[in-house]
Design a protein around this ligand. Structure first.
Ligand SMILES: [Ca+2]
Ligand SMILES: [Ca+2]
Length: 355
């Protein structure tokens, strides 16, 4: 009667969540008639379970709330197809077509902010050579025999993004298309690696900025996921490290752009858009990481004289990293701030630590 989960131990916390939900459901299911008992391969596990009538159970409701993350603002969860998942008794209650992978399934009642989607990914193992379907992605560091730590293992799967589903909201302020690699414009479907902790962190940063009196209705993602192929093409000299977190779906280069002109806003109201405005974002990340240590990661501040202006890289690599890049002005600023406030405590000295 026990559900059998044979997924990688490193799988996102949904593995545990699903197990807990299944335990709740299993408890309820002991009351059902024996004739209803059936074996079935089901996925996505949580999506199916959350749609069951037992959603009224207090425990299960708490689980569904948990889906919204620490920020409470997630509107999607990404799961890999389980290799083997057998849940007794539930088969008759499901209308989910288990062969349909990848897929997007709504979980009713999981969020007050809008439609909540459970997105089943295409497994990483479906990548053939350097492509998923007709979309070229290249090779991850682990595939090239370079594995720095567990955080740099190959992703577990890809979100299939189509012209029809690209607008699906994945959290209050973001949608799938915000994180797509900026290449192969005419190739569909595209494939995306995106991790929920990044969305959670970005939402918490927005919330923190607002709490501290900074207008932050719109955070624009300049660059989210970057396929290894795209990342490689950009080259190290442009600041893109070969082990860039952008390849793992938990990094984003962002600006606050309330006026929607594609350029960082004057966040500190000094009449200029410059590096100091990027530092406003850094301050918010510092506060968020103090409150949520498991969302710790990298922050890079980029001084850019280009059309975008300055921007901030934010990631959830699991260890603290800080760096500053771009322009002598930025470097002078870094030196000053390190000496004075110590707020930029560690500046990466090698390209591999950045991004
Ligand atoms: Ca702007
Ligand atoms: Ca300013």
């Amino acid at each position: 009667m026990e559900p059998i989960f044979a997924q990688k131990a490193r799988m996102n916390p949904l593995g545990h969540l699903a197990r807990r939900i299944a335990a709740v459901v299993a408890t309820v299911s002991t009351l059902a008639p024996a004739s209803a008992i059936a074996q079935a391969d089901l996925h996505p596990d949580v999506a199916a379970l959350a749609k069951l009538p037992v959603v009224d159970s207090t425990s299960l409701r708490a689980m569904v709330v948990h889906l919204a993350g620490k920020s409470g603002k997630l509107l999607a969860r990404f799961v890999v197809p389980p290799r083997s998942l057998a849940i007794p008794i539930l088969a008759n209650n499901l209308n989910y077509a288990s062969k349909l992978i990848p897929t997007v399934q709504e979980i009713t009642g999981a969020s007050k902010l809008g439609r909540f989607s459970m997105i089943t990914m295409k497994s990483f193992r479906e990548k053939v050579a350097g492509s998923v379907g007709g979309y070229r992605v290249g090779f991850w560091p682990e595939e090239n025999g370079r594995l720095r730590s567990e955080a740099y293992e190959n992703p577990e799967g890809f979100i299939e993004v189509t012209p029809q589903n690209q607008d699906i909201r994945v959290s209050e302020h973001f949608q799938l298309s915000d994180f797509l690699t900026h290449d192969q414009k005419d190739v569909w479907p595209k494939y995306l690696v995106l991790r929920e902790p990044l969305l959670d962190k970005l939402e918490l940063v927005i919330e923190d900025l607002v709490r501290h009196g900074v207008r932050a209705e719109r955070m624009r993602v300049l660059s989210g996921f970057r396929t290894p192929q795209y990342n490689l093409a950009l080259g190290d000299e442009s600041g893109r490290a070969r082990d860039s977190r952008h390849q793992f779906g938990d990094a984003a280069d962002v600006i606050i752009d309330n006026d929607d002109n594609g350029r960082m806003d004057d966040l500190n109201h000094d009449g200029r858009v410059n590096f100091s405005d990027a530092r406003v974002i850094l301050a918010a990340v510092e506060r968020v990481e103090r409150e949520y240590p498991d969302l710790v990661g990298g922050v890079g501040l980029y001084h850019s004289g280009g059309p975008r202006g300055p921007f901030a890289h934010i990631d959830v690599r699991g260890i603290r990293a800080r760096w500053v890049q771009g322009g002598t002005r930025a470097r002078r600023h870094r030196a000053r701030s390190t000496k004075r406030s110590g707020s930029v405590k560690r500046v990466a000295s090698t390209a591999s630590s950045k991004d």
